[in-house]
Design a protein around this ligand. Structure first.
Ligand code: TRP
Length: 339
């Protein structure tokens, strides 16, 4: 069976973009058709300035929201990265396979490092090695597919390169994974800047709909979305990015196709009103389930405990095999010395 692995970084509150662009597809499609693992990648949240209490809070919240969005622990594995030692263990080995030049060429590293330096801050070494840890996340599970947004495709390409290089040098150990783009997903842009992705780490609140925003807050944000000059409602990502974004969100929430929906509306106001209501309706069941789960923190904790146990059992043999293949002396008595 195909194995799928993806990760959510607990660096901000999850957004409508995360939901329509990824989580919904995981719940409605991936967990049913594949052996799927979804990981709260908390180690990755430590690569930039962070507040320990906030990371802890966001990790718990992300886990709760993944379950609220419909991930079912009977169908897939939901777990927290730091609960499974294999990620860090394998990451070090892959650091011995990756090169310094490769790391410095990563677009996201260059952008984030430049931003940090402009602010006068310092760049953590883990920001540079981050893609290696991400490769370890994926390779430890021998995942075939990695559903990710466009900004992560380069990291998956690197993962492929490292897997191939390791296999060639040390013997076949890893599955070479590929990045996939979700089929039914929408690419949701920031409501205040429709040329930028609605990312959870951006700090321009009014353009971002969070999964836990109250209905009235959602309505306000959608009604205040920037639209384009011109008056007729047409779907054109190039010349009308604001309207196109609303049409895309509406289509993703209510079913239907953004271009066809464009013909239905006479005014921006009417489009916004329907989009706002469609978003509120899509978020309603997620928020209700989230509330139930928050009332039962023991349940979420149990899911994460079981998930980590399963993840450990899945990743351990591969990481052990990598340790042996690369030349490390096996410890222990159980066959290691003989193998
Ligand atoms: N780097 C990803 C992001 O920022 C998160 C991530 C970490 C990930 N490890 C992963 C995604 C493994 C897919 C697979 O969104």
């Amino acid at each position: 069976m195909t194995r799928v692995f993806s990760g959510v970084k607990p660096t901000g509150h999850l957004t409508l973009g995360n939901y329509l662009g990824a989580m919904r597809q995981w719940a409605t499609v991936d967990q049913h058709r594949a052996e799927a693992l979804f990981c709260i990648v908390d180690l990755h949240a430590l690569t930039v300035d962070h507040d320990p209490a906030r990371v802890r809070r966001l990790s718990r919240q992300a886990a709760t929201l993944l379950l609220a969005a419909g991930l079912d622990p009977r169908l897939c594995t939901v777990f927290v990265q730091s609960h499974v030692d294999e990620h860090a263990r394998l990451s070090y080995l892959l650091e011995c396979v990756a090169t310094d030049g490769e790391m410095r060429r990563m677009i996201q590293y260059k952008e984030k490092a430049a931003r940090e330096q402009r602010r006068g801050g310092s760049v953590r070494l883990s920001l540079l090695t981050y893609p290696v840890l991400m490769a370890a996340d994926i390779l430890a599970y021998r995942a075939d597919e990695v559903p990710v947004g466009d900004d992560q495709v380069q990291h998956v390409e690197l993962t492929r390169d490292l897997a191939v290089r390791f296999n060639q040098r040390y013997g076949h150990t890893f599955v070479v994974p590929r990045a996939t783009r979700p089929k039914v997903a929408a690419r949701v842009m920031n409501l205040q800047d429709p040329t930028a992705k609605m990312g959870k780490s951006d700090d321009t609140g009014p353009g971002i709909v969070y999964l836990l925003d109250e209905p009235d807050v959602v309505r306000k944000k959608v009604m205040r979305a920037v639209t384009d000059s011109g008056r007729d409602v047409v779907y054109d990502r190039e010349s009308r990015p604001g309207v196109a974004n609303l049409l895309e969100i509406l289509a993703a929430c209510s079913g239907g196709n953004p271009a066809a929906l464009g013909g239905v509306y006479e005014s921006y106001g009417a489009l916004k009103k329907d989009t706002a209501e469609a978003v509120v309706e899509v978020l309603r069941p997620v928020q209700e389930r989230h509330k139930e789960l928050c009332a039962d923190p023991g349940y979420v904790e149990g899911v994460l405990r079981d998930g980590a146990e399963r993840a450990r059992a899945m990743s351990r043999p591969t990481v052990d095999a990598a340790y042996r293949a690369i030349g490390l002396l096996p410890a222990g008595v159980d066959g290691g010395a003989l193998g």
